[in-house]
Write a protein that binds this ligand. Structure first.
Ligand code: GLN
Length: 513
């Protein structure tokens, strides 16, 4: 048995008993990254020296008999949207290519306090906008199950590094599905906790009313351990909720008796791939064999979820991204070149003809903002900024943004209704398995429609999870989506774990040459 067949919880047990040292474990994962990340592209940055130094520190601490943290000596990968003090945090964007935050995100600080070994920062769609990781300004990430296909996104690197056994745990973020969807497409386990469960302090904002940090892992049990470490109230994030964090890892293995599952009628319509549907229906039968009851339910407003999300998320993004002005931090256009060009244009055009003196184009400051943003942001980010700015502008605000907020409320009420009758909602996490790189990226509408099963959970603020439930005939993983009411993560973990105790889909790994 290789070290890569061990779960995070197995590895932690061996680290604790001393049968493996953190140095050995960390070195093994670093070697694996060295060998395979050329072809997968999951990591934007790995710092072997820092990781090994941290591993040695933890080993020494343990040898001296000092108390160690919950993740002592275990490598963890972090999505490059979470601030790491003094280390590059790019968000997959040119805009932040050279940005080194002066502080750690609370999640990162908690990982460090738990004595984890931060093994690297993972690739993502620029500012987490996307579902394939093709929007990264730096590199493609490939699906370890088929290197010609996308890993999903935006946390594509976070999911791919697990599937390729390049890390035992990883942290991602989910604004509209970015943990669950890549987890599903890469055959790993990923959870979006309830809005407010995990601190967003130091998470570079995309859409603040939707963003949530969460765990990706190779099993529900491992994800439970990770959430336990990163969750909890944080005075630095006013939206983080002051509620105790249950010991998820202590209860995760207890099956739920009499589990009532809901199958959403609207989720089994047009656009759903036949093999995905078959795998999901088979998973439901597994639950039934474990004593669960299943009933059809309706989320009547779910057909508006994608439209609502793609108003609200861009609106919030356009506001959040206004901070990238080329002045405070991040990318700035070449000033000298810009001024020279401006000067030349002025001479050509005779600026004096412009009524009122300097107009926008001739104002060096405005020009600097414009050029900085034109050069620093990629196409999808610009598209969202324009969509959001439009939907928030006077005259359109009521018709789009305000309307979307109202529909958001209806979507949330649908869930409240449904959860009166069922404990968890089950269905597909994505309409098809991973598609081929380059086939959809120029068609934003088809990219957005791919999110139809995941965005509603973010709009409603509830918790959701994706677990592997099979493969299609081409050998691509299929994810099962489970959703529960807000703050019922414990139920979610237990529901996922009882499935994983009865199946072995989550233990399958691709062969990498
Ligand atoms: N695919 C969705 C989007 O592009 C979700 C992204 C996310 O959850 N960060 O907005």
């Amino acid at each position: 048995m290789s070290l890569f067949d061990l779960t995070a919880s197995d590895l932690l047990a061996r680290l604790q008993s001393g049968s493996l040292s953190s140095l050995e474990v960390t070195q093994a994962f670093l070697d694996r990254i060295q060998r395979h990340d050329q072809s997968v592209g999951a990591f934007l940055r790995v710092d072997p020296e820092a990781a090994l130094a941290q591993a040695e520190r933890i080993d020494r601490k343990r040898k001296r008999g000092e108390p160690v943290g919950r993740l002592a000596g275990l490598p963890v990968a972090v999505k490059d949207v979470l601030c790491t003090a003094g280390e590059p945090t790019t968000c997959g964007s040119r805009m932040l290519e050279d940005f080194r935050p002066p502080y750690d995100a609370t999640v990162v600080a908690r990982l460090k306090a738990a004595d984890a070994v931060l093994i690297g920062k993972t690739n993502m769609d620029e500012f987490a906008m996307g579902g394939s990781t093709e929007n990264s300004a730096f590199q493609l990430t490939r699906n370890p199950w088929d290197l010609g296909r996308i890993p999903g996104g935006s946390s594509g690197g976070a999911a791919a590094c697990l599937a390729a056994s390049m890390a035992p745990l990883s942290v991602g973020t989910d604004t509209g599905g970015s943990i669950r969807q890549p987890a599903g497409l890469c055959g790993v386990t990923g959870m979006k906790p309830t809005y407010g469960r995990v601190s967003r302090y130091g998470l570079v904002a995309f859409a603040s009313s939707l963003d949530q940090v969460g765990p990706l892992a190779c099993s529900a049990e491992d994800a439970a351990i990770l959430l336990e470490v990163i969750a909890g109230h944080d005075p630095l994030d006013s939206t983080s909720v002051n509620r105790p964090v249950p010991r998820y890892s202590e209860t995760v293995r207890e099956p739920l008796a009499g589990l009532r599952l809901g199958l959403v009628r609207e989720h089994f319509g047009e656009g759903l791939d036949g093999e995905v549907e078959a795998a999901v229906r088979e998973a439901v039968r597994v639950y039934q064999s474990l004593g669960a009851t299943v009933r059809d339910i309706s989320l009547p407003h779910s057909k508006y979820a994608v439209a609502t999300y793609y108003i609200i998320a861009p609106c919030e993004a356009s506001s959040n991204l206004a901070r990238y002005d080329g002045v405070h931090y991040g990318y700035r256009t070449d000033r000298r070149e810009m001024l020279a060009k401006l000067e030349a244009e002025r001479t050509n055009r005779q600026v004096s003809e412009v009524a009122g003196g300097l107009d926008d184009v001739d104002n060096p400051l405005v020009r600097m903002y414009r050029q900085t943003r034109a050069e620093g942001f990629g196409a999808e980010v610009k598209r969202r900024i324009m969509l959001g700015t439009y939907a928030l502008s006077a005259g359109y605000y009521d018709a789009y943004y305000l309307k979307a907020l109202k529909v958001r409320r209806l979507i949330r009420e649908d869930f409240d209704q449904a959860f009166g009758n069922v404990d968890a909602i089950v269905g597909p996490v994505a309409p098809s398995p991973a598609f081929e790189i380059g086939t959809r990226i120029d068609d934003p509408l088809s990219m957005y429609l791919f999110d139809l099963y995941t965005v509603a959970a973010n709009l409603a603020g509830i918790a959701g999870m994706s677990i592997p439930c099979g493969f299609n005939s081409a050998g691509l993983p299929i994810g099962l989506h489970l959703q529960v009411p807000a703050f019922e993560e414990e139920r979610l973990f237990r529901a996922a774990c009882m499935f994983q105790q009865a199946t072995d889909w989550h233990t399958r790994r691709p062969v990498l040459e």
